[in-house]
Design a protein around this ligand. Structure first.
Ligand code: NDP
Length: 290
């Protein structure tokens, strides 16, 4: 094997996009997937389908995984565990930081080296330098394979500790999912009032586009422990989130998501933060100090 060759195990939408990106750059790609037929189109484009997962692992020093989660990694690699020694396994499957740490230990026990990856884009973003993947694990292994990994997306190496890339990935998803649900809520409210998603799109986009200004403003104050109510007060915030709840409730739209928001604001007021900024809600959400 050489630096222009790689093994990729797991041919869901993500793995398929990754193999295509490597083939487009002239890499020799060995693939394996539980459902072998998923390799057909890739083989037609030049990929080599290994006869077994062990054969796939032995084909290259660099083995990339794109599986549903870390539990799948064990079932897939167990029959090939003796082949892992001396290889670098880059696991681009999403999971929790705890699961990625355990996975890293298991690969290390087999004599391999584990790099954790957190891909922040959908398959359509693979092969584009404006896309980004977080990495963590042994720095020398990351640097040895960085150029190859950058065929997929740009890289953001976070440090040696295995869970760091998964942590950054999950921080992003902890914002992504509720943000998107807030958009579904907005669309349901619009529809209940005879408006279509297209009718509110520019307003929705402007609302999202204004968020970085808020994040930057509050980040600095949060890190300084400053929840002063000079710009906004939680009592005002509670009234506002209740207005949202009543607006969507009056329209006959499901309020369960907004109920959770109102409940958090109410707990903040009950905890005595009514004259503080709504950033004081962080005090309710933080890990309690030991
Ligand atoms: P899929 O869940 O579609 O891919 C699953 C892959 O895992 C397939 O190759 C599948 O094999 C294999 N697999 C699942 N269960 C088993 C099992 N029990 N034994 C053997 N193989 C199994 O995921 P994607 O391709 O969409 O994504 C892959 C990873 O990338 C995931 O961790 C996902 O969270 C992450 N990711 C995905 C994004 C996306 O938009 N799709 C965005 C960012 C990250 P088979 O074909 O045989 O079913």
């Amino acid at each position: 094997s050489n630096s222009q060759s790689v093994t990729l195990i797991g041919l869901g939408p993500m793995g398929q996009a990754m193999v295509t990106a490597f083939l487009d750059k002239g890499y020799q790609v060995t693939v394996w997937n539980r459902t072998a037929s998923r390799a057909d189109e890739l083989v037609a484009k030049g990929a080599v389908l290994a006869g077994s997962v062990e054969e796939a692992v032995r084909a290259n020093d660099l083995v990339i995984l794109s599986l549903t989660d870390y539990d799948v990694m064990y079932s897939v690699l167990e029959p090939a565990r003796e082949a892992l020694s001396g290889r670098v396994v880059v696991n681009l499957s999403s999971d929790t930081p705890e699961k990625t740490r355990a996975g890293s230990r298991w690969i290390t026990e087999q004599g391999g080296t584990h790099l954790t990856g957190g891909v922040t884009v959908p398959p359509s973003g693979i092969g584009k330098s404006e896309s980004k993947t977080f990495y963590s694990g042994p720095k020398d292994a990351f640097e040895a394979h960085q150029a190859t990994l950058e065929v997929l997306t740009s890289t953001d190496y976070r440090g040696e500790e295995a869970g760091l890339a998964a942590l950054m990935y999950q921080i992003g998803m902890a914002m992504f999912w509720p943000s998107m649900v807030s958009y579904w809520q907005a669309v349901a409210l619009a529809e209940a009032n005879g408006l279509k998603a297209a009718d509110i799109l520019s307003h929705a986009n402007e609302t999202m586009t204004n968020m970085p200004g808020f994040l930057g403003f509050y980040a600095e104050r949060i890190d300084n422990g400053n929840h002063a109510g000079d710009v906004d007060r939680l009592a005002m915030g509670l009234a506002s989130v209740e207005h949202v709840k009543h607006t969507i409730g009056d329209a006959g739209v499901d309020t369960s998501f907004q109920d959770a928001v109102v409940e958090l604001f109410r707990r903040g007021v009950e905890a005595g933060h009514e004259a503080d900024s709504f950033s004081s809600l962080l005090e309710l959400m933080r890990k309690p100090s030991a």
